[in-house]
Design a protein around this ligand. Structure first.
Ligand code: HEM
Ligand code: HEM
Length: 227
């Protein structure tokens, strides 16, 4: 396992994510992780050591609700001010095609360290398109079921009953995805440069050309410059 690649200022860089996207992503990450660890205190038996970090079981319940409200505010801010970015994101997901399928099929070999030639990718590669569908769906389910569990008197009993397993299943799925995603977006050799795109906003131009050739060409290539 290698560390995140060095941030190089001496080579050409191109913008990948604007400030709002980065603010929403990291704000969401912090509140998601707080919800996860406090949620685990409520979910698992015998995790007194984890509960102690949040001031006991009642403290964990309180931090869970505060983080949940924080997450909701960040999602709403991101949706209102970043709706154009969200539409562009959805359009990119809908471009899912042959190159993405080949990417996903070859990815396990690349993951294991084999030198694999991937087909050119759009703004998000096949795996990221999958992540863009699965993880936000789980988060939406977590938010909806979470508020139903929080205010059971407001909702019909059958909805409250299904909210609990929904919350738990979405938590397990989202956590699995976030573990994979967090590793791929930081320490994984080759894709680690993407971390800087999400942290500082830019990635190395040569990396962008190599990993997201279609996106690079459409955004920064000769044709894009001529328009
Ligand atoms: C807006 C977002 C969310 C809201 C409103 C919310 C709300 C709630 C509420 C009201 C409870 C019951 C608490 C109690 O019994 O004291 C709960 C439990 C729980 N939450 Fe959340 N939550 C949210 C997001 C999340 C996220 C992002 C995760 C994890 C990734 C998560 C994981 C859990 C778990 C594991 C439990 C325990 C469930 C059980 O005991 O079966 N929650 N949540
Ligand atoms: C755990 C630490 C995390 C790290 C290191 C991380 C890293 C990154 C990076 C580098 C990107 C940009 C990838 C690109 O260039 O396209 C990204 C995108 C994204 N992140 Fe995260 N992230 C983390 C946590 C999360 C969490 C908690 C969520 C949601 C629950 C999340 C959801 C997403 C989504 C939906 C995208 C866009 C699709 C994709 O690129 O897969 N991330 N993340």
């Amino acid at each position: 396992m290698s560390l995140i690649p060095e941030y190089r200022e001496d080579v050409p860089r191109v913008e990948r994510f604007n400030f709002l996207a980065r603010f929403s992503h990291w704000g969401h990450t912090v509140t998601f992780l707080l919800c996860l660890f406090t949620g685990l205190v409520l979910f698992l038996d015998g995790v007194d050591w984890l509960a102690a970090i949040f001031g006991g079981y009642r403290g964990a319940g309180l931090v869970h609700r505060i983080a949940a409200v924080g997450m909701t505010i960040i999602l709403v801010i991101g949706a209102i001010f970043g709706y154009k970015g969200i539409i562009a994101w959805i359009k990119d997901i809908l471009r899912f095609g042959k190159n993405d399928i080949i990417f996903i099929m070859k990815f396990p070999f690349e993951f294991m360290g084999f030198n694999v030639k991937m087909p050119p990718q759009t703004r998000f590669n096949g795996g990221e398109k999958g992540n863009s569908l699965l993880t936000p769906t789980c988060v939406i389910l977590l938010v909806l079921s979470g508020y139903i569990m929080w205010f059971p008197a407001v909702f019909p009993a059958w909805l409250v009953r299904i909210a609990y397993p929904t919350h738990d299943i979405a938590m397990v799925l989202a956590t699995f995805m976030v573990c994979m995603h967090g590793y791929l977006g930081s320490f994984h050799p080759g894709s680690g440069e993407s971390f800087w795109g999400m942290w500082k906003g830019t990635v190395r131009e040569d990396w962008a050309k190599h990993h997201h050739a279609i996106w690079y060409e459409e955004t920064y290539g000769d044709k894009a410059k001529a328009e």
